[in-house]
Design a protein around this ligand. Structure first.
Ligand SMILES: *Cc1c(COP(=O)(O)O)cnc(C)c1O
Length: 360
């Protein structure tokens, strides 16, 4: 068996140990005689899987008791609508930071539900930085402030958070959740699709402060209402059971690795050496402001775009796949989430150096 180092932005690599465990438990989960895929979501076996996953996630992120964790479907993209549907009604307004491709999508969806004000934008800078918080223009009547702490496509990450006073911060953490410790109490809502740093596609996790549940208007479809899912412990209808189970295995894996402080150390080391390889060779470049470089998604371009195809095919021969940059950015992008082994990054750096030496 040979597994490649898959640098895809999502769905992304999962830890081999997790997939192997799922394989062992595939036909018969813990003597139940069933695959998790075949279990009733209301049966005692699955309830155990579901609650253990939630407990482990709460432990990893130190989620305070006044926050609910919802296991939903629809991806982060559905949250672009669910957030305003549930929260915008308070004042009819919300502030959004425009820091890249994913914020833009959240903004255009938010506009369907009320008045969206752009409190900060780095569009003029080609989305290569996050505007200094001192310059953010927050409106005192916003129902919430929406941020995207890691812009997956541009490889841009926020350093810290703006001070929004009592106005809740809503964060799309799809590509940064679980990569390092965070203080959940800084946020009103954290949402994330699973397929980048949690588990397989199909699961969306929402961490929401309790006082933000139950604010939706009467015309909010019940399946898009946080209250529906909170009251039903995410079982208002059939949840994505298998993805939930696999996410639970990933949480156990993270705990065994030492939790998020240990992950942060590894992630910082992986990212630092990759950026050093890019910065240390004129053959490669990355346009993002130093303080806003992402630990998870590292875009880089070759000096000569004519060599892109050769680069990609040479990388593939070494088992380094999915390095092609997003179509809107071009060049390359290496997504190096928790499950990317350090050896994968080392192999990529070695290849980059060799390729530059041969073609530079
Ligand atoms: C991938 C991604 C999304 C879209 O996620 P889906 O689960 O496919 O809807 C949204 N926001 C960010 C920051 C992402 O990285």
């Amino acid at each position: 068996m040979s597994r490649v180092f898959n640098f895809s932005a999502g769905p992304a690599m999962l830890p081999s140990e997790v997939i192997q465990q799922a394989q062992q438990e595939m036909l018969d989960w813990h003597g139940s005689g069933m695959s998790v895929m075949e279990m009733s979501h209301r049966g005692k076996e699955f309830i155990e899987i579901a609650t253990t996953a939630e407990t482990d996630l709460r432990e990893l992120l130190s989620i305070p008791d006044n926050y609910k964790v919802l296991f939903l479907q629809g991806g982060a993209s559905t949250q672009f609508a669910m957030v305003p549907l549930n929260l915008m009604g308070k004042t009819g307004k919300a502030d959004y930071a425009n820091t890249g491709a994913w914020s833009k999508k959240a903004i255009s969806e938010g506009k369907r539900f009320g008045e969206v004000s752009i409190c900060a934008s780095s569009e003029a800078d080609g989305f290569n930085s996050v505007p200094a918080y001192s310059g953010w223009e927050m409106s005192s009547s916003a129902s919430y402030v929406h941020v995207t702490p890691n812009e997956t496509i541009g490889g841009v990450a926020y350093a810290g958070l703006p001070d929004t006073g009592d106005i809740p911060i809503v964060a799309d953490m799809s590509s940064t959740i679980l990569s390092q410790p965070i203080d959940v109490s800084d946020y009103g809502i954290i949402y994330t699709g699973a397929q980048k740093n949690i588990g397989p596609a199909g699961l969306t996790i929402v961490i929401i402060r309790e006082d933000l549940i139950g604010l939706a208007g009467d015309n909010c479809p019940s399946m898009l209402n946080y209250a529906t899912h909170s009251e039903a412990d995410s079982m208002a209808n059939t949840p994505p059971t298998y993805s939930w189970y696999l996410a639970g295995l990933v949480f156990k894996w993270l705990k065994a690795k030492g939790g998020l402080t240990a992950m942060q150390e590894i992630n910082e080391r992986k990212a630092a050496k990759l950026y050093a390889a890019i910065d240390g060779n004129a053959f490669y470049s990355n346009p993002v402001a130093l303080e806003n470089r992402s630990l998870m998604n590292v875009p880089f371009i070759l000096q000569d775009a004519q060599l892109d195809a050769d680069f990609l095919s040479g990388a593939k021969e070494l088992g380094l796949t999915s390095l092609k940059g997003h179509r809107s950015v071009g060049g390359m992008r290496a997504s190096i989430y928790n499950a990317m082994p350090e050896e994968g990054v080392d192999t990529l750096i070695q290849f980059m150096n060799d390729f530059a030496a041969k073609n530079g």
